[in-house]
Design a protein around this ligand. Structure first.
Ligand SMILES: Cc1cc2nc3c(=O)[nH]c(=O)nc-3n(C[C@H](O)[C@H](O)[C@H](O)COP(=O)(O)O)c2cc1C
Length: 357
């Protein structure tokens, strides 16, 4: 038996993973209301398909900040892939390279950036800015030298959200699994992350609670590659990100893992698209599980979507092959959704296809 879809894949992965790891991957903050809303909100949107359009040929390829991809579906940055599979991010990277779509590598990767870019696919790097600007800069220099084509700076994490399952499970990283790209930047901090406690306190050392717009402007100015700001849900913040020099934004609530009761990301996407007004890229993540979800996000103005947890479920089920299966399946569903709504290309996916129920 193999998973039939991305939702099935979670059930398969659950059977394979130790409870504390499954819980770490799946959980949301506090009452997990936003985690649920991210998904429910897609169901509240109805599709109004066009008929009698020639859809015999369909094209899902696109170019994002100069990076060509075969599909408008990226791997959202997710931490600690070696918890799911011994090959970790190297397996994920090989799967995505094979499909030619973008992997956004987490700052909390358990595999070095050099091993990930060696897979040959397009890679962007997710950055947690450090309190020490020199550490941030050294990390960016390293990942750009390794071949990362853009930086995705995460803004929704001045402190860690509380995932109560992790606290209850006393979750901590097992021996041999650590933040591979941070060890030599701050060995003391990295060592602290191994002390048994909830993940929150363990990685506190690498967050920057005073990160400001001024610092964002500075990072955009010195970064040799385009910078996207990830983790916002307001139009005014999105406009300010673009004014600060960002090449794009990612509408995200961290998969419901940071502040609970924030809105579903698909609900605030139109406000952000309006505020950005074509001046930068707009991506969205959170609860994307079906091809129709991808189509709805594009109809509402996103250039592409990211998926977080499903790549981990694929990795846990079958390593590189499992990750490839997840992306192939979602891409195939998008292809069908395009055919069934009368859209031969991504450009043809227009806002009138989607209405609130
Ligand atoms: C286990 C896990 C680890 C994550 N690690 C990071 C991270 O290191 N950096 C980051 O910016 N976002 C991180 N995220 C958030 C994802 O990038 C993304 O916003 C979210 O997973 C999208 O929602 P989805 O899982 O419903 O697709 C993580 C999410 C999960 C589930």
């Amino acid at each position: 038996m193999t998973p039939q879809n991305l939702i099935d894949a979670e059930a398969f992965a659950r059977r394979r993973l130790p409870k504390s790891i499954y819980d770490y991957y799946r959980s949301g903050a506090w009452d997990e209301i936003s985690l649920g809303r991210n998904r429910e909100a897609y169901g509240e949107l109805e599709l109004h398909p066009r008929v009698l359009v020639d859809v015999s040929k369909r094209d899902r390829s696109t170019t994002l900040l100069g990076t060509a991809t075969s599909m408008p579906i990226l791997a959202a940055p997710t931490a600690f892939h070696r918890l799911a599979h011994p090959d970790g991010e190297a397996a994920t990277a090989r799967a995505l390279a094979d499909l030619n779509t973008i992997m956004v590598l987490s700052s909390l990767s358990t595999t070095t950036v050099e091993e990930v870019t060696a897979a040959g696919g397009p890679v962007w790097f997710q950055l947690y800015a450090n309190r020490d600007a020199a550490i941030t800069r050294a990390l960016v220099d390293r990942v750009v030298a390794a071949g990362c084509k853009a930086i995705m700076l995460t803004a929704d994490t001045p402190v860690w959200g509380v995932r109560e399952r992790d606290v209850r499970n006393g979750f901590h990283l097992p021996p041999g699994v650590g933040a591979a790209n941070l060890a030599n930047l701050d060995p003391e901090g990295e060592a602290r992350s191994r002390q048994g406690s909830g993940m929150g306190q363990a990685f506190d050392w690498m967050l920057h609670p005073a990160l400001s717009w001024k610092e964002l402007e500075s990072i955009c100015a010195w970064s040799p590659v385009p910078v996207l700001l990830k983790g916002l849900c307001r139009g005014d913040d999105a406009a300010r990100a673009i004014d600060s020099g960002c090449a794009g934004v990612v509408v995200s609530n961290h998969g419901g893992r940071q502040l609970d009761t924030v809105p579903a990301t698909i609900s605030v996407l139109p406000e952000v698209v309006e505020a950005v007004a074509g001046r930068g890229l707009v991506l969205v993540d959170g609860g994307v599980r079906r091809g129709t979800d991808v189509l709805k996000a594009i109809a509402l103005g996103a250039d592409a979507v990211q998926i977080g947890r499903p790549q981990l479920w694929g990795l846990a089920c079958d390593g590189e092959r499992g990750v490839r299966g997840i992306f192939e399946h979602l891409d195939h569903e998008l292809d069908l959704a395009m055919a069934l709504t009368g859209c031969p290309s991504l450009e043809a996916i227009s806002a009138d296809l989607v209405r609130r129920r």
